[in-house]
Design a protein. Structure first.
Length: 499
């Protein structure tokens, strides 16, 4: 039988058309009529980036795990940083089940995370299965870079999968690993991620021109590899990779807020981003304004908690760059009405004033230098090298201080010589520096403090979101359940605690 290659192009990976005209061209193409010219490779490579973008894809099929990636539901809503919001407790009930730890394998957010990341893995594998060396018009150096991009993206999607589910099927066709019915171990997945990143880094460029700035770079490969070591508690190995990142020309932006408002879109702090361009056909903008926007402008999901706001120290300028609160002005110049949010706050990061609201132009950041510097501080602190840890922490904290109205009194330098206190300071800094960048829940889990921070609280108030963790975090919640669909269709073993 003739082998078929299923290509997920930028137009067909997940529907990328307008809501008014729901076009869904599906490509089922043979070896005879695909990957014959350079443009075929460009389309396929760009398609592999599509699952990490936060774009409207032609429908809002929440129940099928479609519409948008769902990592914000885990990173933000399952943490102490945010509550669901929306149109009431019953609006998107599956989100509420996630944040209150009543999670079932049929939850559509679980399915969405699985679905999007394996789409990315499959798209990368489609390109890696080709030989572009003899394709007319495809420069040898470009083909080499493309292979590096695909290896990086496969590693990136697998990192998100192992982070959320633990061991998952490893689909690595060039190693004859094509069995999607058997889960690899967590350690095997991490090993494969690092192997892909080691192979990718020599093929990737340190940077690209303005038309291609979203592509994976050497720095992104080094940083992602460092993150794998961080999550496995291999502190020195993490530091070794961070040193490679710091050898490249990354720098903190002078203004913290410029990472999230468009002013620093291609700035030196960004290591890996999901690119969003407003006003394109088919639509390539961000849906954040629609999903997270204030009542009357958007759907009012992902609302900051009073707990998060209280974490910011007096005078910390990052608060006003992170959330909207009473006394602030919305993007269109109107006063922000805190009464329209059950918590009194809305997200500001990555938001903008665009029409339609689901076509924003602000890129989402997956890795930036401040995040890496806080990994560095954490690793040094874990190794009890406290001066080095304080130095890395101060780079991040010092930037915030320089942005304050009164730098002389805001955010004093951390000077403790007690390891536990310094680790607590680093954890605090991660929370306020990286809020709504989808890190908080994963941090709480890997620090082994989620059971304490997210325990069921006697003063929980679902109507305001105050301390509302439902039944509370349980050990099984360190990972999500395998989607029931995958258990039923291909017999994957379910994660413990979700049977």
């Amino acid at each position: 039988m003739k082998k078929l290659i299923y290509i997920l192009t930028a137009a067909t990976l997940i529907t990328a058309c307008s809501k008014k005209l729901d076009l869904q061209p599906q490509g089922v193409l043979t070896e005879e009529n695909v990957f014959k010219q350079a443009g075929d490779f460009t389309l396929a490579v760009d398609a592999a980036y599509e699952p990490l973008t936060n774009r409207f894809r032609g429908n809002w099929e929440w129940d099928n795990g479609a519409s948008i990636p769902r990592e914000f539901v885990v990173g933000d809503l399952m943490s102490d940083d945010a509550v669901k919001g929306g149109g009431g407790l019953g609006d998107q009930e599956d989100m509420r089940r996630m944040e209150t730890f009543t999670i079932f394998p049929t939850n559509n957010n679980v399915l969405g995370i699985w679905r999007y990341n394996f789409k990315g893995v499959n798209a990368a594998n489609t390109v890696l299965a080709q030989d572009g060396s003899a394709v007319p018009g495809l420069d040898a150096n470009i083909w080499k870079r493309m292979k590096g991009e695909m290896l990086f993206l496969r590693a990136f999607y697998y990192f998100r999968l192992v982070q959320n589910f633990g061991g998952v099927p490893l689909l690595i066709p060039e190693k004859n690993m094509t069995d999607n019915t058997t889960r690899a171990t967590t350690e095997q997945v991490y090993d494969q991620i690092r192997e892909d990143l080691d192979n990718a880094a020599p093929m990737l460029e340190p940077s690209y021109d303005a038309a291609n700035y979203q592509r994976a770079t050497k720095g992104a490969a080094y940083a992602l590899k460092a993150k794998t070591y961080l999550y496995q508690g291999q502190w020195q190995s993490c530091l070794d990779e961070i040193a490679k990142v710091e050898a490249l020309p990354y720098n903190l932006l002078p203004q913290f807020a410029d990472n999230f408002n468009g002013a620093g879109e291609q700035g030196a702090e960004k290591i890996f981003v999901a690119r969003h361009d407003a006003g394109q056909t088919p639509q390539k903008g961000s849906i954040f304004n629609a999903v997270f926007g204030k009542q009357g402008y958007g759907w009012n999901f992902n609302l900051p908690t009073d707990n998060l706001v209280a974490e910011f120290e007096p005078g910390d300028p990052r608060l006003s760059a992170t959330v909207f609160k009473a006394g602030d002005t919305w993007f269109d110049g109107t006063p922000y009405n805190a009464a329209n949010s059950i918590t009194g706050y809305n997200v500001r990061k990555f938001m903008s004033n665009t029409s339609p609201s689901d076509d924003g132009g602000i890129d989402f950041i997956y890795i930036r230098l401040a995040d890496v510097l806080l990994w560095k501080a954490e690793c040094f602190a874990q190794l009890n090298k406290l001066p080095e840890a304080r130095t890395a922490l101060e780079r991040v904290r010092g930037r915030a201080r320089s942005n304050a109205t009164n730098p002389a009194t805001a955010l004093p330098e951390v000077t403790t010589n007690v390891q536990a206190d310094l680790l607590a300071a680093i954890r605090h800094e991660r929370r306020v520096e990286l809020a709504f960048e989808w890190h908080r829940y994963y941090d709480l889990v890997r620090w082994n403090i989620a059971a304490t921070v997210l325990a069921a609280k006697p003063d929980a108030d679902p109507l305001t979101g105050h301390n509302d963790y439902g039944t509370g975090y349980k050990p099984a919640n360190a990972v999500l359940p395998i989607p029931q669909r995958e258990v039923d269709l291909i017999g994957l073993k379910q994660n413990d605690g979700y049977q």
